[in-house]
Design a protein around this ligand. Structure first.
Ligand code: HAM
Length: 435
């Protein structure tokens, strides 16, 4: 039977012409995070399942039904250490980064630790526009600082990244406080009592969550559930004095920085580790709040949950595919795709060898060069050079190969001249680097 060539559902190939969007976003993230003193961290794409169950929460969608497990196929028996752990593809960055913070001794470095990442994430989700099973995030974390100034600075970093992307006027920052453990324990019972009266009118997910994760009911996307949520007791009205003070300060600093935000008392987020400040970046046109461009918040208990000293932290992740959709919709200029500036055309065996040497020599001097050795005629190679948008074509025929010379053709001006090989680099620098 013929093998079916098809990528897994909910995944995508990122083709060369799409790469410019990825590079545009990654460059902005690198630049802004660097300016704010963040260092880049890469963590493994697979981690122990337990890490997420413990950190994100057993009753969350991610842990309950969205993780992909990683299996090794072999007839050999695994050694004892491998047997103990079940590996999963990372469904987010934060848990892995906190693991690295503890495992790599970052607790003893000067605090806070500021880290950022850019890479693929995996969640089993129903594929649709802006929702994939493999998607990319840029992720930022500040670990080891509880000051409300840090909340404001992290939101400022996110704000400036969206500003550089050209999306500042297209987004709204929604913000809420989930309080500390004791605030939430206080309000949990009130929320359950309120919702019990409406149990039969709730969607099936909410009926189930009423027992397992009642706060999520506040953020349900179903219209009927939203109507019921409108009358529910709010976490923000029940914050303890410390949490209230912290939140008011964050809002004051945001005002001072000129960052506009919408207070959304029903913003709860889908991961259990959040405490106090939580926020999301949304498209202003997404009135039904169907999908966020990014989200984050404080997670002051997570380091302790993993066995470290109590350590406050805050972070944010942006969804790259959703940002790219927005860039495309607004036709934002993300620059042209990188193309080779020089195209080498060769005719005959001797010329092929000389072309090979030139690719090596010029390449090591920093020029970008392309060629097609499978094509033999001048016409077809010139056509490809022009399709590839090369600035210069270097033409080597039998005569040039013998004379150790090369024809330099300026593809924009359609002019050409023959130069000695020894003068080629100087001419290329003049033509390509002086403009
Ligand atoms: P999250 O809200 O689960 O937060 O994901 C962040 C962003 O990833 C979302 O706002 C969305 O843009 C994007 N995203 C999520 N699921 C999908 C999907 N199936 N397809 C495409 N894009 C998606 C977190 O992951 C937290 N770890 C953020 C954080 C960092 N909190 C503290 N530090």
């Amino acid at each position: 039977m013929k093998m079916q060539l098809q990528k897994p559902r909910g995944t995508r190939d990122i083709l060369p012409e799409e790469q410019k969007y990825w590079r545009f976003i990654e460059d902005i993230v690198d630049k802004r995070c660097g300016a704010f003193g963040f260092g880049k961290i890469e963590t493994p794409i697979m981690e122990n399942k337990e890490l997420y169950a413990k950190g994100i929460g057993q009753a969350t969608d991610i842990v309950e039904k969205e993780m992909y497990s990683v299996k090794r196929f072999s007839s050999e028996t695994a050694n004892e250490d491998d047997d103990k752990s079940e590996l999963v593809l990372r469904p987010e960055y934060t848990a892995g980064i906190v693991r690295a913070y503890l495992e790599d001794g970052m607790q003893s470095w000067p605090q806070p630790i500021k880290l950022y990442s850019f890479g693929p994430i995996f969640r089993y989700d129903r594929p649709q526009k802006g929702r994939f099973r493999q998607f990319w995030q840029f992720n930022t974390e500040v670990i080891g600082d509880s000051s409300p100034l840090t909340d404001a600075l992290l939101i400022l970093l996110v704000w400036q990244i969206f500003q550089d992307l050209g999306l500042k006027n297209q987004i709204v920052v929604e913000i809420n406080s989930l309080g500390c453990k004791s605030c939430r324990n206080k309000i949990k019972k009130q929320i359950i009592d309120y919702y019990k009266k409406y149990k039969n009118a709730l969607c099936l997910d909410c009926q189930r969550r009423l027992d397992t994760n009642p706060f999520r009911l506040l953020d349900c996307k179903e219209l009927n559930c939203q109507k019921i949520a409108a009358g529910s007791p709010q976490i923000i009205d029940n914050l303890c004095s410390e949490c209230k003070k912290q939140f008011m300060q964050v809002l004051e600093y945001l005002d001072e920085l000129g960052i506009t935000y919408d207070l959304n008392p029903r913003l709860v987020r889908g991961l259990d580790y959040y405490t106090r400040t939580t926020f999301e970046v949304r498209d202003i046109n997404d009135k039904n709040r169907q999908s966020s461009l990014g989200g984050g918040g404080r997670y002051d208990n997570l380091v302790e949950i993993y066995g470290g000293r109590p350590t406050p932290a805050i972070g944010f992740a942006g969804g790259i595919e959703r940002i790219i959709d927005k860039l495309k919709e607004l036709e934002i200029d993300v620059g042209s795709p990188k193309v080779a500036e020089i195209y080498i055309i060769q005719i005959g065996e001797k010329a092929k060898r000389m072309a090979l040497r030139l690719i090596s020599d010029l390449g090591s001097k920093g020029f970008s060069i392309s060629s097609a050795f499978g094509k033999d005629t001048l016409k077809s190679q010139l056509r490809t050079a022009s399709k590839n948008k090369a600035r210069i074509a270097l033409i080597i025929g039998q005569r040039e190969a013998l004379d150790k010379s090369v024809i330099v053709r300026d593809m924009m001006e359609a002019s050409q001249e023959t130069v000695d090989l020894k003068d080629l680099e100087t001419l290329l620098i003049k033509k390509l680097r002086s403009s």
